[in-house]
Design a protein around this ligand. Structure first.
Ligand code: KG4
Ligand code: ZN
Length: 335
């Protein structure tokens, strides 16, 4: 079955064609980077306008790269939450219109579930059950994926997401958006032990996260100093990255032990971070669990992961009708 996936939950307009939930025949992502860059963050109204402008050409391009057209598509999958409601609506209405006009089955996909399905587009997909660490710009949580579509929330951030901590720190340092990429790049030349940033580990037995203290720590470090030199920026970025990675790894190990899982899957934009990937693989080797890493280009927002997650839902017989709506705070799992 060939699924056309559509993603527009935040600031990327994406479309992809995925065969049997496993093989991406195309994956096109139109970034709105230039629209939001000067504001240092995503402006919701501009995001939805931009989605409207490009969504049809992004879909055309995804079909073209997959060497097919709508006749070669068997079903549609679209992200319907969580995200910016005005942005989500563009994808949802477009998918509904195509499905209605072509008489194709349609399914709504949770954006967070889509992130975790990025791993099924790789060569070694994990067997269920597994623990997933989902770290993006809008969310950071640990879930126990017991079976396809059955997820239990183990812990989540109480304030900022891990990616948000990078984005906010980068903004304070005058580094370009998205901050995670800039911080990782600058960190390469820095010493991760140069500065001691706080590792917030709310309650020893909890699997929740807190990253908002990092923002304050960076602000306090910068207060009263003039502009930092290149070496100082590198040290700050390396130390900040180490603090975030430390917490993500420690809590993930705890989650694996608590659930007696044998596998851990990384997902979300922050999973593209090389330091996190390396440290998690090391932790898995030391603690006896396998770590599954999605391809970096599938960690950040894309529609191939949406089509893969949609394929699993379609295969279980799930169908959406014309009432499918955008749900800004759609939850993935409950505790
Ligand atoms: O999953 P995603 O593309 O969008 C959301 O659903 O939020 O994640 C974007 C987030 C941003 O906060 C960005 O700074 C972060 O992922 N990110 C990274 C890296 N690439 C993207 N963080 C750390 N290292 C990276 N290489
Ligand atoms: Zn995302």
């Amino acid at each position: 079955m060939r699924v056309l996936g559509i993603e527009s939950s935040c600031d990327d307009t994406a479309a992809a064609v995925v065969d049997n939930g496993r093989h991406a025949l195309s994956s096109v992502v139109a970034s709105q980077f230039e629209v939001h860059e000067r504001y240092g963050g995503v402006v919701p109204e501009l995001a939805s306008r931009s989605h409207i402008t490009v969504v049809l050409s992004v879909i055309d391009e995804a079909l073209r790269q997959a060497r097919t057209d709508l006749d070669g598509v068997d079903a549609l999958a679209v992200t319907h939450g969580p995200g910016l409601v005005g942005s989500l609506l563009v994808g949802v209405q477009t998918a509904k219109a195509i499905a209605f006009a072509r008489g194709l089955p349609l399914v709504g996909v949770n954006h967070l579930e889509a992130h975790l399905y990025a791993i099924f587009l790789g060569d070694e997909p994990p067997d269920f059950p597994f623990v997933v660490l989902l770290a993006s710009g809008g969310h950071t949580c640990l879930c126990h994926a017991r079976a396809p579509g059955t997820y239990a929330l183990l812990g989540e951030t109480l304030d900022d997401a891990a990616g948000e901590a990078f984005d906010k720190a980068a903004k304070m340092l005058g580094l370009p958006y998205p901050g995670g990429v800039s911080i990782e790049r600058a960190a390469q030349a820095g010493d991760p032990n140069a500065l001691r940033f706080p590792r917030a580990l709310p309650r020893r037995d909890s699997l929740d996260f807190s990253f908002s203290g990092l923002k304050t720590a960076v602000r306090l470090h910068l207060a009263g100093r003039g502009p930092l030199g290149k070496a100082e920026i590198a040290d700050l970025c390396a130390s900040l990255q180490e603090a975030v990675v430390d917490v993500l790894v420690r809590k993930s190990v705890r989650a694996v032990h608590r659930t007696a899982a044998q596998r851990l899957v990384l997902a979300g934009g922050v999973a593209a971070n090389e330091r996190l990937r390396t440290r998690m693989v090391e932790a898995g080797a030391a603690e006896g669990f396998q770590v599954h890493l999605p391809a970096k280009r599938l960690c950040t927002d894309n529609a191939a992961m949406v089509a893969a997650a949609g394929h699993a839902r379609l295969a279980r017989g799930e169908r959406a009708d014309h009432r499918l709506n955008a749900v800004a705070n759609l939850a993935l799992a409950l505790r």
